[in-house]
Write a protein that binds this ligand. Structure first.
Ligand code: SAM
Length: 257
């Protein structure tokens, strides 16, 4: 990473929130891929309890809610996202089954063995894949399912530029076989693993940001923090296009043993 490129962790969280509130999704994914992952989940009923952790404004949660029965609780650290989430749920008439609450993924208030399904797209990295898998397991009923998407290496080796970028952003990134081993070790039977396709990054995540970046820069003209943040987002996007054969998001689906 060059000296003028900062880690996302160094930016003002309010600015990050305001920026990502402009787009439907805060991470790579798509309705098709959410439904594909759901295809590996069995036995949900009207009584099922589902959590979507790090739900953001709920792009994937609304897809989930339209595809499965049961009640869904979305949890996110930021009120801005939860307000949008609850507005989106109400707009789709889902408010009786889908509710967003503010909370931190490392201090969840679910009861032991309360949940049938834990969902989390592009968010478990905030506490780390292994730690999240280990700490969330107790909330699942025996035989319950966890489905998370997580940044992963596709190859054993990769160019230094992209390796260094990820090591500074998220040192927990690892190869798919290593992640599956971590899932198994945390007490789940690995049910399925698949790569989230490029279109989820390019069309569903980055494309909507092009206009959002312009709007954001216009609003925060002359604000170095906002300009620096957008420069970083553009750098990340450029790196994805350059190195997408080496990394991406992978869905990991496991059943609690
Ligand atoms: N799942 C959404 C999606 O795929 O569009 C959002 C993914 S976004 C990359 C990561 C999300 O995790 C953000 O909405 C962020 O606010 C949330 N987050 C970060 N730290 C968190 C924490 N400690 N507890 C709960 N949510 C957190």
């Amino acid at each position: 990473m060059s000296d003028d490129i900062k880690s996302i962790h160094e930016f003002d969280l309010n600015l990050i929130c305001e920026y990502f509130a402009q787009v439907e999704r805060q991470g790579p994914g798509s309705p098709e891929i959410t439904r594909k992952a759901l295809g590996f989940v069995e036995g949900l009923t009207d009584e099922s309890r589902i959590a979507d952790i790090g739900c953001g404004s709920g792009g994937q949660t609304m897809t989930l809610a339209q595809a499965v029965p049961g009640t869904i609780t979305g949890v996110d650290l930021f009120q801005t996202f939860i307000d949008l989430f609850n507005r989106n749920a109400a707009g789709l008439g889902l408010q009786d089954r889908v509710r967003g609450v503010v909370g931190s993924m490392d201090a969840l208030s679910f009861a032991d063995e309360e949940l049938d399904l834990i969902w989390s797209e592009g968010a478990i990295y905030n506490m780390g894949f292994e730690r999240g898998l280990n700490e969330w397991r107790k909330f699942l009923k025996p035989g319950g399912t966890i489905a998370v998407s997580e940044a992963s290496w596709f190859t054993e080796e990769r160019p230094a530029e992209i390796n260094d970028f990820w090591m500074s952003e998220y040192p927990g990134i690892d190869t798919i076989p290593n992640k599956v081993a971590q899932l198994q070790k945390a007490g789940y039977v690995p049910v399925a693993t698949f790569i989230v396709p490029e279109t989820c990054w390019i069309d569903h995540f980055y494309a909507p940001q092009v206009e959002a970046m312009e709007r954001f820069l216009e609003k925060h003209k002359g604000n170095p923090a906002a300009e620096g943040f957008i420069a970083n987002q553009r750098h990340e996007m450029k790196l994805y296009h350059k190195y997408k054969e080496y990394y991406g998001y992978v869905f990991y689906i496991g059943k609690k043993r």
